[in-house]
Design a protein around this ligand. Structure first.
Ligand SMILES: [Zn+2]
Ligand SMILES: [Zn+2]
Length: 347
């Protein structure tokens, strides 16, 4: 089968023929990939940022945002059969550790992360486990299955952060969405339907801000002007109740804490930069700085249901596997509108 693999850090991915993944454990499932979203984390992986954290053995296949059809199930798997359309929670979890018992899949002590430390979905087929699968309606269009691939990572990551934000959002509150990319464009839609706060979208690109307005942002701020001054003007000098930083680069982390009001919360989702902020301000305003990591299985189920009800849509573009390096370059330049999804099979 064809797969898109990382052979060495800092080099483009290679498209090559590799062996079809084998069933190894009693709860393994082989999925025929319908859509595999391309994420900023893929860029970070190639740059080597995850080398010492995920410790994958090279070469391996990237892709951690996947949907597809069940192709083959191991002997212990019940309730799934060949042809079932599925979306994959990104982690393979053990189900027995304290975090798994608490439903917090991302903190499983024995997890595997396809696309980060074992073979992922930039391929015709991939192996996962039955605990990671959410079955979709049998008659779902293949094009919809491709469209919702980004919910498996960008979507739940935005959703978990938004759910955390909701605790501090009431009518009259302000929430800032920093970065209107794959995650931010979904986050705005979720905030629109789940909260009554005014939404301020901040991005450095006008086309992304235009998209933010279309999706329901009440205010837009171009980050290349003075985002702190602009936000203070919009909020009458009070600052926002919550800011969600979907980018997490140095530029956004430098202004993110400075747009918060009293008891404001900065929820950091994107990563790569370093946070520097005076502790005096943290205390004086009683602000909180929090991290948010992907999302759990239940959150993905809730999100899929929101999509199936028509409450959110995924702005996306599709590409064959062969285009992966070009897509990654465009993603790095900020040129992808919404999310790019790789489609390994032609039919
Ligand atoms: Zn990702
Ligand atoms: Zn576990």
């Amino acid at each position: 089968m064809r797969a898109t693999r990382l052979h060495s850090y800092g080099s483009p991915l290679k498209i090559e023929e590799i062996e079809y993944p084998r069933i190894e454990k009693p709860f393994d499932v082989i999925v025929r990939i319908a859509g595999a979203g391309v994420c900023h984390t893929d860029l970070h992986i190639i740059q080597g940022m995850w080398k010492d954290i995920a410790r994958p053995k090279l070469p391996y296949t990237l892709g951690h945002e996947n949907t597809g059809y069940v192709e083959e199930v191991a002997s212990g798997v019940e309730g799934f059969e060949k042809g079932d359309p599925v979306i994959l929670h990104p982690l393979i979890t053990c189900g027995r550790c304290p975090a798994c018992r608490a439903g917090e899949d991302m903190h499983c002590e024995k997890s595997l992360f396809p696309g980060l430390n074992v073979d992922g979905g930039f391929a015709e087929f991939m192996r996962t486990s039955h605990r990671s699968l959410i079955k979709l309606p049998r008659d779902i269009d293949r094009s919809k299955l491709v469209e919702i691939a980004p919910l498996a990572d960008a979507g739940i990551t935005a959703y978990r952060a938004v759910k955390k934000a909701l605790k501090s959002l009431f009518p009259g509150s302000y929430v800032a969405v920093i970065g209107v990319g794959g995650l931010g464009h979904l986050g705005i839609q979720m905030l629109r339907i789940l909260s009554q706060a005014s939404i301020i979208a901040i991005d450095a690109r006008d086309d992304k801000l235009e998209l933010a307005s279309k999706l329901g942002a009440d205010y837009i701020v171009n980050a290349r002007r003075d985002p702190v001054a602009e936000v203070m003007k919009i909020t009458g000098g009070r600052g926002v109740n919550v800011a969600i930083d979907f980018f997490g680069g140095q530029a956004t982390l430098d202004y993110g804490p400075r747009i918060l009001g009293r008891m404001g919360r900065l929820i950091i989702v994107g990563y790569g930069g370093e946070l520097r902020f005076p502790s005096t301000s943290i205390i004086a305003l009683e602000i909180s700085l929090e991290g948010s990591l992907v999302g759990n299985y239940i959150e993905l189920r809730e999100l899929v249901n929101l999509y199936l009800r028509g409450s959110i849509r995924v702005i996306h573009e599709t590409h064959p596997l062969e285009d992966v390096n070009e897509v990654l370059e465009r993603l790095e330049r900020g040129e992808v509108r919404g999310r790019a999804v790789l489609v390994p099979h032609r039919s």
